[in-house]
Design a protein around this ligand. Structure first.
Ligand code: HEC
Ligand code: HEC
Length: 181
């Protein structure tokens, strides 16, 4: 029926998403693992988080890594399909690192309630990004950008969470996040 097909968006389709994500694979990988440290892993990211970030890039509220140009031609349905594809992939492998730094990062994460939003194992939920298994270089850059305000977050909650973190705290949190699976 014409009416229902124009009013209701199609459900997210991971198979269509894989086809639409071909241009993304050069950087984010077919397996959702970024090809180098400054490129975020998308594997097992909550679908809503991927979609919202793409909407922010398309609207130029968030800029970086030429993503605003790459997102410019994506429709809402493209974004939902691509997000469904990446969200369903197995999570990135945990990385070992300096045990003291990882323990310090875990303590900061607990004290600052990062897990109250990002999930008990920082696995992300709804519109909130997965940090577990994320590249530590990427996490460091983003936390510094959010802290300085050069990356503006959707509702300001993450801006307040980052405000009191020192550079050393950020390094520790990034090592802790990377160590999780
Ligand atoms: C030339 C390399 C490149 C290509 C191609 C590319 N990306 Fe990105 N992407 C990046 C970089 C670099 C960032 C980090 C940007 C920043 O610093 O804020 C990023 C960030 C993202 C993020 C934010 C992730 C997060 O955790 O917040 C999403 C989602 C994303 N890209 C999806 C895509 C999709 C979908 C495509 C294909 C349409 C794509 N990217 C193509 C390099 C690329
Ligand atoms: C009140 C909920 C909340 C709390 C508490 C919170 N975050 Fe976030 N975080 C968010 C939201 C929402 C986003 C997405 C922001 C956006 O781009 O709009 C985010 C984004 C991030 C990102 C960027 C992820 C990516 O893939 O680009 C990092 C890194 C991050 N948070 C780390 C932390 C750390 C570390 C803490 C604890 C110090 C923390 N967050 C506490 C809600 C929260």
């Amino acid at each position: 029926m014409l009416f229902s097909s124009t009013v209701f968006a199609a459900p997210p389709d991971a198979v269509a998403g894989k086809a639409k994500a071909q241009t993304c694979f050069a950087c984010h990988g077919e397996n959702g693992i970024g090809i180098f440290g400054e490129i975020p892993n998308l594997a097992a990211q909550p679908a809503l988080s991927i979609t919202y970030q793409l909407i922010q890039f398309r609207g130029q509220q968030r800029k970086g890594g030429a993503m605003e140009a790459l997102a410019a031609s994506l429709s809402d349905q493209d974004m939902r399909d691509i997000a469904a594809y990446y969200a369903a992939l197995p999570p990135p492998p945990a990385k070992s690192g300096n045990a003291n730094l990882i323990a310090k990062g875990q303590q900061i994460s607990n004290n600052q309630y990062c897990n109250s939003c990002h999930g008990a194992q920082l696995q992300g939920q709804k519109h909130i990004a997965r940090l577990a298994g994320q590249s530590s270089e990427y996490v460091v850059t983003q936390l510094k950008n959010i802290r300085s305000g050069s990356r503006i977050d959707m509702d300001g909650t993450m801006g307040s969470a980052a405000r009191n973190l020192s550079d050393e705290d950020i390094e520790a949190i990034a090592a802790y996040a990377a160590s999780l699976n």
